[in-house]
Design a protein around this ligand. Structure first.
Ligand code: DC
Length: 232
């Protein structure tokens, strides 16, 4: 019988580089990468398309009814060598990265019925181990028994600068202040919501990457992962 692989949880603030690191680690260790932020973004896109979040108000009763029609999942794309998020069978990996979705996602992610549905799905994906999952509540709620947990953060201005550079590749109109305000606001909503707020798990390894190069960060995470795998 082959040994069960460990699970790795990566939580932290918006745009702290969690997914870049998680993808690189998954590739190096041959684990499955699960981007739970993409799932909440797909849920936000669903709510936008269904006109359930017209203003900053949400109609939670209508959303409760609509959630049964919300099909979110991943399909592996051999070209990018990554799982990509699908909504109702349609690949929405690009569409969910828009500012429109970014502005609504924290509101949608605070809805208990939506969290319940997505957490269930995330736990099913992680059942057999070998998963690196990134998000906000992975080490605390989704995989409280994960063998290794990271909490990644960085100075808000550094995070905004990195995000602007990423977004400007496809959209030259992106404003620094817009991005900074959006991520500070998302951190605030994500940390203060009633259901599964963003919180560092007591047993998480904390990494502030404000002053680190991607290579330095990767080495730090990889050395912890190798140690955790060896001790299983
Ligand atoms: O990681 P991201 O920025 O793509 O996540 C988008 C939003 O989804 C983020 O503002 C908070 C929410 N989220 C969450 O509430 N729980 C998770 N496990 C992952 C993301």
């Amino acid at each position: 019988m082959t040994k069960r692989k460990i699970n790795i949880a990566i939580d932290g603030h918006s745009s702290a580089g969690k997914s870049t690191m998680a993808k690189a680690l998954a590739k190096e260790l041959n684990f499955v990468y699960v981007d739970t932020g993409a799932m909440y973004r797909a849920a936000a896109l669903f709510c936008i398309k269904e006109r359930l979040v017209e203003s900053n108000e949400i109609d939670s009763k209508k959303i409760d009814q609509a959630v049964d029609r919300m099909y979110i999942g991943f399909k592996y794309n051999p070209k990018t060598e990554q799982p990509e998020v699908h909504l109702g069978g349609v690949n929405v990996e690009q569409e969910i990265r828009s500012m429109e979705v970014a502005k609504k996602v924290s509101l949608v992610a605070a809805i208990p019925r939506i969290r319940h549905k997505l957490v269930e799905l995330q736990q099913r994906i992680a059942e057999n181990g070998g998963v690196i999952m990134d998000g906000r509540d992975i080490g605390t709620v989704v995989m409280p028994k994960a063998e290794l947990k990271f909490f990644i953060t960085a100075d808000a201005k550094v995070r905004a600068e990195r995000r602007v550079a990423q977004l400007r590749v496809t959209n030259t109109d992106i404003q620094f202040d817009d991005v900074l305000n959006n991520l500070v606001e998302r951190d605030r909503i994500d940390s203060s919501r009633a259901v599964s707020p963003l919180r560092q798990a007591d047993d998480a390894v904390v990494l502030d990457n404000s002053q680190l190069t991607p290579e330095e960060q990767f080495e730090f995470l990889l050395s912890h992962a190798r140690k955790a795998m060896a001790s299983e």
